[in-house]
Write a protein that binds this ligand. Structure first.
Ligand code: SAH
Length: 216
């Protein structure tokens, strides 16, 4: 498939399908228009890059469905000067989208090969404001905290306390919480004050497990 075909498919998905499915945040849609999803999947998967579906990226992991990426990033209510922490770099796609919206993205991946591959890919594609860290994201990055927003791309049994504590005042955390292979809900936590957190349910989702000290 040529670049022109990919461009046409990208426009169809992002300018037509996603708005029909309820995504209206212009900053999110513009960011997704600028990121070539076909470059974040294997050669075999490229032709499916603009289906609104998750795709395998190896090691039993997936690049999330575009609608879910858009929905979660929209829910973070980001502004351009902010710093974001992502847990679960995977392919690096969501990190690249975030990097088009905010000042800096720190993203943690527990799988060493995925961390290495996404770091190289993001560098090659020129996303200089993304830093990939290989570690257990359930502990966050205490040295770099606080964060204006935290996004978690894997589902744990509960909200990891470290992530909640690493939110800035007014910070937003979006994370799927629930069963390993069953019912999972997307939760948004907003830190209103030092010890005052608002919890909100945003709907049912399906994610790979969050594996780590404060995960499975
Ligand atoms: N945002 C990704 C989707 C990643 S899928 C993308 O756009 O492609 C979820 C990822 O979370 C997987 O790569 C998995 O290895 C990773 N993961 C699971 N538990 C983790 C943990 N405790 N810390 C960091 N990454 C984790």
């Amino acid at each position: 498939m040529s670049d022109v075909d990919f461009q046409r498919q990208r426009e169809q998905l992002i300018r037509e399908e996603l708005p029909m499915l309820g995504i209206h945040d212009v900053a999110v849609l513009d960011a997704m228009m600028s990121v070539p999803r076909e470059d974040f999947v294997s050669k075999e998967m490229r032709e499916f890059a603009y289906r609104n579906a998750p795709l395998p990226i190896g090691f039993g992991q997936t690049i999330s469905q575009p609608l879910i990426v858009a929905y979660m990033i929209e829910a973070l209510q980001l502004t351009a000067h902010e710093r974001v922490l992502e847990i679960g770099t995977g392919s690096g796609y969501a990190a690249a989208v975030l990097a088009q919206i905010v000042r800096e993205v720190l993203t943690i991946e527990r799988h060493p090969k995925l961390a290495e591959a996404s770091r190289a890919r993001l560098k090659r594609l020129g996303y200089d404001n993304v830093h990939v860290i290989h570690s257990d994201g359930t502990l966050g990055l205490p040295d770099q905290a606080p964060f204006d927003a935290i996004i978690v791309a894997a589902c744990g049994p509960s909200v990891p306390p470290a992530l909640q504590q690493q939110l800035a005042l007014g910070g937003r955390l979006v994370i799927p919480v629930g069963e390993k292979q069953g019912s999972q809900k997307l939760i948004r936590v907003i830190r209103q004050d030092e010890d005052d957190f608002d919890f909100e349910e945003l709907g049912y989702v399906h994610f790979v497990p969050l594996v780590g000290e404060a995960g499975w």
